[in-house]
Ligand binder design. Structure first.
Ligand code: FES
Length: 106
């Protein structure tokens, strides 16, 4: 099971083991990680799963698709490494990755 480290905006860290094939959003919500909401349940329509993927891992996930790109334009605090957590799936090769959470999802 890959380990994912969530880093909150206040610096709080939360490490969770994730079943391979689980999205970042689902990993956070199912483990009570504060800072990711996942309001639409992963349908890519709410953008409340915005997060920042550490640069060393970002390229491994490939580019966001058109609907994710469009929704990312609506988030506050957009950065070059912004992604929607429901569109990023963790597999074994991402063991040890870090995900930073924005100050707010709204
Ligand atoms: S959970 Fe709604 S867009 Fe990701």
């Amino acid at each position: 099971m890959p380990l994912v480290k969530f880093i909150g905006h206040d610096g709080t860290t939360h490490e969770v083991h994730v079943d391979t094939g689980t999205s970042i959003m689902r990993a956070a919500v199912d483990n009570d990680v504060r800072g990711i909401v996942g309001e639409c349940g992963g349908s890519c329509v709410c953008a409340t799963c915005h997060c920042y993927i550490h640069e060393s891992w970002l390229s491994k996930f490939g580019e966001p698709n058109e609907s994710e790109r469009g929704l990312l334009e609506c988030v506050g605090d957009l950065k070059p490494n912004s992604r929607l957590g429901c569109q990023v799936t963790v597999t074994d090769e991402f063991d040890g990755m870090s995900v930073t959470l924005p100050p707010s999802q709204y």
